[in-house]
Write a protein that binds this ligand. Structure first.
Ligand code: NI
Length: 394
């Protein structure tokens, strides 16, 4: 089976590259993936794969039924959206949409899933069960396309017993893959604080309630959530990326806004921390006579790779690309909306290396120079097929 998959992956490689070039050169922002979805739907139709479009907006769900399709279902997921970045690569397939770029490799993820769909569809007499393919919108933007796809029922009828996704990873060379069982990526919640004081003349501070001075106290006090309230064994980050208020050297403003992000790896602590952030902000403000508005809309949960499924996927990958090409991933404080699926079904989110020997294609994701060594497409397509076939038997 491995050889058959590798032969087909090689044989279809020019088509796979062409698909990637098309998607890469026509990037669309989160929840606006209309052309991308139409393109993917067209390819699935060409292959004769039954699928539903317009799921949660631009999402697509396809089913490939093997023998005895009711026996077991597993799911493979790709995201389709691009980022508001102007591409700085000078390549034939560069973005044709000004200010929009596939800088997080979601073009690669969609391409690998389409490539896998073609091969799995050709091999469907050789496995039992059903493979569900999920092409989702809006990974990069809250509330996350994954949460909307789940709300639309993609994890039902049939219900997948395991779900897998890959992500590009320029820190590793093409031909390799990275895994981490258990906790892998952080939850990410945005924080919006408004401190309402009382403006006035800078020379008459006693007649004002200075929200700038109070904001400084709030920011300093909130770091105690990390240094004194957080269990040091649980990674947590609290960063404020924006503080806005005031107009001039001699005017005390009415209000200050502070925007930030809180990330951690533990769902219980996540909500405890939200409460601390609210309470400390409100109490510091109250003690100086100001009022505080704190909003922490629910972001992505932490990403938990099911240990059993992930250990299995890693061992299948070892058989497919060789033990020397398998890496253990470090914890990562970035977030990824695949995490929503992992809170509903056992999941494995793994990485495929995309640099060329660590020398070319090394720009990080979300960078205007990000691109991949396309040899990685073979690893991505092959591993998706091989993982799906094995997961149905597991
Ligand atoms: Ni991404």
């Amino acid at each position: 089976m491995i050889n058959k998959i590798k032969e087909k992956t090689e044989q279809y490689f020019p088509d796979t590259q062409a698909i990637r070039h098309h998607i890469h050169s026509h990037p669309e922002l989160s929840f606006q993936e209309y052309e991308t979805a139409a393109f993917i739907s067209g390819k699935l139709s060409d292959m004769g794969i039954e699928h539903q479009t317009g799921v949660a907006g631009t999402g697509i769900v396809a089913l490939i039924k093997g023998k005895n399709p009711g026996k077991k279902c597993i799911a493979l997921r790709a995201d389709m959206d691009a980022l508001p970045i102007q591409e700085a690569n000078d390549v034939a397939y560069r973005s044709q949409n000004d200010g929009v770029m596939h800088a997080c490799g979601h073009d690669v993820h969609s391409t690998c899933l389409l490539g896998a769909a073609r091969i799995l569809n050709e091999l469907k007499d050789e496995f039992e069960g059903t493979i569900k393919l999920i092409f989702q919108p809006g990974e990069e933007k809250h509330p996350g396309g994954a949460s909307l796809m789940i709300a639309a029922g993609v994890l039902e009828h049939p219900k997948p017993e395991a779900i897998f996704a890959l992500h590009v990873y320029p820190h590793l060379p093409s031909g390799t893959a990275g895994f981490r069982a258990g906790q892998y990526m952080a939850s990410a919640d945005e924080i919006y604080i408004t401190i309402e004081g009382k403006g006035g003349h800078a020379a008459l501070p006693h007649q004002t309630i200075d929200p700038i001075a109070i904001a400084a106290q709030v920011i300093t006090a909130l770091q105690q959530v990390i240094s004194r309230k957080s269990n040091p064994l649980i990674p947590s980050v609290l960063t404020f990326g924006k503080i806005a208020g005031g107009f001039a050297t001699n005017v005390i403003p009415d209000r200050v806004e502070i925007l930030g992000t809180f990330r951690t790896m533990d769902e219980t602590w996540r909500y405890e921390a939200h409460k601390w952030i609210k309470d400390i902000t409100e109490q510091v403000c109250t003690s100086f006579g100001a009022t505080a508005m704190v909003e922490i809309p629910k972001g992505y949960p932490s990403l938990y790779n099911d240990p059993h499924v992930t250990t299995q996927a890693e061992s299948w990958a070892r058989d497919f690309i060789g033990a020397q090409n398998i890496h253990t991933l470090d914890l990562r404080m970035a977030a990824e909306d695949f995490s929503f699926y992992t809170h509903h079904a056992p999941g494995c989110f793994f990485r495929i290396g995309t640099s060329k020997n660590g020398e070319a294609f090394t720009a990080p994701v979300h960078n205007a120079k990000f691109d991949i060594d396309e040899e990685a497409l073979k690893t991505g397509v092959g591993l998706m097929v091989w993982t799906a076939v094995n997961a149905l038997k597991a």
